[in-house]
Design a protein around this ligand. Structure first.
Ligand code: C5J
Length: 222
């Protein structure tokens, strides 16, 4: 068993029944020239999470933990894209349209891919999700169930959107989540701070919040 200093109290886990879940570290959100930047966001705020996630990823791989990556995006024919999501924002160039890195948030396009620094290794599942939560319309829950996973260490972007939605979905399905605060990021630091506060509030209503250094220390002792 491993124990990680976290809030609201220590997070204990067995690396054999705990998976590392990396949410949507895709070029379209994180890289200069992608969809996120085209919307006027400062992607450097998101890029800060890459190096700490890489350390956690390397350590999880060394320990033999299950690593799962997710990507937000849609089928090429956009049949899984709700009109509400397509139309909201009244964007001139939105999901499915041609962007600087191919069609925006369409599976198989360059912008939809995971950044090179965090490239999935052979055998690591990649979950393609059409929504914000990683459980909605995906086989993530079945995959975790079949591998005997009960706990998740969660990293990725953005904190208050896809990360928080996924943590809430996981909580309702009976998974414990540890969110590493330097391994998640938002275009809006105030939203990140609020989302992390919500997760650990009321004795950990949605889960735990820790950081990469304390996670790596705990994992080393497992
Ligand atoms: C957003 C995400 N922000 N991965 N997606 O639309 O959080």
């Amino acid at each position: 068993m491993a124990s990680v200093q976290a809030e609201p109290y220590e997070f204990t886990f067995d690396p054999r029944s705990c998976a590392l879940l990396i949410i949507d570290m895709q070029r379209d959100f994180v890289d200069p020239g992608g969809f996120g930047e085209a919307l006027g966001n400062d992607v450097s705020l998101l890029r800060r999470a890459i190096a700490p996630i890489r350390k956690v990823l390397d350590a999880a791989r060394r320990k033999g933990m299950l690593v799962i990556h997710t990507r937000e995006g849609h089928r090429a024919d956009l049949s899984d894209l709700p009109q509400s999501k397509k139309l909201r924002g009244r964007l001139k160039t939105g999901i499915g349209d041609a962007g600087p890195m191919g069609r925006i948030l369409v599976r198989g396009e360059r912008g939809h891919g995971i950044v090179d620094e965090l490239k999935p290794a052979a055998g690591e599942p990649v979950v393609d999700k059409p929504g914000k939560g990683a459980f909605y319309a995906t086989d993530l829950d079945a995959m975790l169930h079949h591998r005997g996973i009960r706990q998740l260490v969660v990293c990725g972007v953005t904190t208050e959107v896809c990360v928080q939605t996924t943590v809430r979905e996981a909580n309702d399905r009976g998974y414990d989540c540890l969110v590493l605060e330097d391994c998640v990021a938002s275009y809006f630091p105030e939203f990140q701070a609020a989302a992390l506060k919500m997760i650990k509030a009321q004795g950990g209503i949605f889960g735990w919040v820790g950081d990469s250094a304390r996670f790596l220390e705990g994992l080393a002792g497992a």
